[in-house]
Design a protein around this ligand. Structure first.
Ligand SMILES: *[C@@H]1O[C@H](CO)[C@@H](O)[C@H](O)[C@H]1NC(C)=O
Ligand SMILES: *[C@@H]1O[C@H](CO)[C@@H](O)[C@H](O)[C@H]1NC(C)=O
Ligand SMILES: CC(=O)N[C@H]1CO[C@H](CO)[C@@H](O)[C@@H]1O
Length: 359
């Protein structure tokens, strides 16, 4: 029995081992191919990353401004992999470019909001909608734009001068200059154009007027403004202001000036210190005041129309350190502020009312 059985498995094993050998060789070739391919890809990506980093470093040597350094830092972080769940040092991520793309979609979904103390530089960009499109080629584009600016140092200034001499057409301000309206302007240099102003409902106005110094700013929808820019309310226009908030359906107010600066009033405080205040038929209740950092805070108001008994919650984002005739110290803080506003506003279609002192 044994002598008959043994040759069979032996023959069988023989053909099998040839098959196995062939299979092994093929698999090894395949694996080597894959390894080579991915190695090549890694090298290419690494090189392009490296080039970019070199460019960034060169830029740094070139430009002295602190703003440039901040920008570089932001760019670097942008290029780096950010998985907010893994707060590891940034530089360890720089080469795992491929995993970044897959992680982007997960970041876009509404994750838990970062706590105020966790204002890490990486989380700062994570909720930007533009994120999904930001890749290495966009990075290159931004860089070349910046390089261009560094080469033509006065280009920005020229653009600014051109912008300042620009006059919109038509540019009449007859409504804002009327006797009964001019006292409602904070300054005679910044008055709404007749063709683009917010008109209040006369029947709901305490002075039977439709005038407020405020302009709609359109984005993609020509019928509904994305923003309304206005002046910091005066004591005499605060009821008009809340009427505009009510009638425009606004739920987010962005205030970019401190109330007081060097003893000079920048804007009338149009909300109560605590409890509620009545401005004509608009009752404003201060619900909460959340001091996010020394640069900005967030207030929540309960707004009630006493004529209809309807109510609404309004959130005010108040930036405290953008001083008169200057720019904010930290671009990062301003971007952080902007991100908070966008996050609160996301998915809504009503205009954001934004004001500093004059507009
Ligand atoms: C609003 O509420 C008050 C008090 O509850 C009531 O007297 C009044 O009739 C209400 N007005 C409307 C328009 O519902
Ligand atoms: C703004 O700053 C300028 C110059 O620093 C000053 O003359 C002016 O009075 C300031 N205005 C207000 C409203 O603080
Ligand atoms: C408060 C106030 O009256 N502000 C100004 C509004 O605009 C006119 C000119 O149209 C100025 O004279 C006012 O001082």
């Amino acid at each position: 029995m044994k002598s008959k059985v043994i040759p069979l498995p032996a023959r069988y094993t023989g053909t099998e081992s040839v098959k196995f050998l062939a299979l092994t060789v093929v698999s090894i070739l395949c694996i080597m191919g894959v390894l080579l391919g991915s190695g090549l890809m890694y090298c290419l990506r690494h090189r392009s990353h490296h080039k970019l980093k070199e460019k960034l470093t060169n830029l740094g040597a070139d430009a002295t401004a602190e703003a440039t350094a901040t920008y570089q830092e932001l760019c670097r972080q942008r290029m780096a992999v950010r998985t907010t769940e893994r707060p590891e040092p940034l530089h360890t991520h720089t080469h795992t470019h491929t995993s970044r793309i897959s992680s982007v979609s997960s970041q876009l979904s509404d994750g838990p909001s970062p706590s105020p103390s966790a204002r890490s530089s990486t989380s700062m960009w994570s909720e930007e909608p533009a994120q999904s499109n930001m890749d290495i080629s966009t990075g290159h584009m931004i860089l070349s734009y910046m390089e261009d600016h560094l080469k033509n140092k006065n280009r920005l200034e020229k653009e600014w001068e051109a912008l300042c001499s620009y006059q919109a057409e038509p540019n009449t301000c007859t409504v804002g200059l009327k006797d009964q309206n001019s006292k409602k302007n904070r300054s005679d240099t910044v008055i709404v154009y007749d063709h683009s102003r917010i008109a209040l409902k006369v029947e709901n106005n305490h002075g039977n007027s439709d005038y407020i110094n405020a302009s709609p700013i359109m984005d993609h929808d020509p019928r509904n403004p994305a923003y309304i820019s206005t002046q910091g309310p005066l004591p005499s226009t605060v009821a008009d202001f809340w009427q505009m908030v009510w009638e425009s359906g606004c739920v987010v107010i962005v205030m970019l000036t401190p109330v007081m600066e060097n003893g000079v009033k920048q804007s009338y405080q149009y909300w109560p210190d605590e409890g509620s205040n009545l401005y004509h038929i608009y009752e404003v209740n201060l619900v909460s005041e959340h001091i996010w950092c020394e640069d900005f805070l967030v207030r929540s108001f309960y707004l009630k129309n006493l004529q209809t008994n309807e109510t609404r919650t309004v959130t005010q984002f108040h930036f405290l350190t953008w001083m008169n005739q200057s720019v904010p110290d930290s671009a990062r803080t301003l971007l952080d502020f902007r991100r908070k506003v966008n996050k609160c506003y996301r998915g809504r279609s009503c205009p954001i009312i934004v004001h500093c002192r004059q507009v």
